[in-house]
Design a protein around this ligand. Sequence first.
Ligand code: GLU
Length: 286
Amino acid sequence: MTCRTRFAPSPNGPLHLGHAYAAVVAHDVARARGGKFLLRIEDVDAARSRADLVPEILADLTWLGLEWDGVAALQSQRIASYAAAGERLKQMGLLYPCRCTRAEILAAARKAGADGPLYPGTCRGRGVDPAEVPGGAAWRLDMARAVELAGPLEWEDELAGWQHARPALFGDVVLLRKEAPASYHLAATLDDAADGVTLVTRGRDLFAASHVHRLLQALLGLPVPVWHHHDLLVEADGRKLAKRRGSPSLADLRRGGEDGRALADALRAHRFPAGISLGAGVEGGA
Ligand code: GLU
């Protein structure tokens, strides 16, 4: 089977070196296997996405010498497919509406303690009427029910090996949101299937999310890819690079006259700027 992998940036901030590294890894994996390198813009969350950054992202990749196959996919144009999948999960009795505010969720999680779930299921069985929730309800996956329905699942990371899926780590995740039509988990899983992605290449910061994605694939009858979670570029404190902590944007480097292809080659050779190395990325980065 031809390898099809992808780079899927969210246009809510300019790309930086960490993104460049991720794009180089995905691009090179595809090319080394005679496969396809796809580009997907994850702009499903209209409140956080900036349309003006999309042409910048395309220019950054071209500057790095990374050519993608076909046209870039935009999540904002695929909302109907997310809604349809959400409807299907609702009909399966796997989603329930939640009216908790961010503050309530934090307070409940604090009460559940460090070992408790991220969301203890406050609205499960509460019979929330979605029409009554100001701004619309968020729809959560009834994790216990979903896990029971799907049965034991496994997935393969080509670097870390086979994994037993442990989606329950996340508790009842939100799949449909008030402010965005679908959460990252639902949109990314559906898109990878729609695009025929056989290898999900992304950073290790999203390793745990793959437990949830594997579950969604089982629930929705989607094909199961292999994953490739690569190391992240981290700062001396182990945290992944972030624009807000001073990592220069690719757009700034590009406009400053830096050679993008030489930069991509340096990343391939693991020659990083001072203080930056590869790591797993400890909590606290963004
Ligand atoms: N959009 C995500 C990000 O920019 C990546 C999602 C993925 O590769 O699955 O971090």
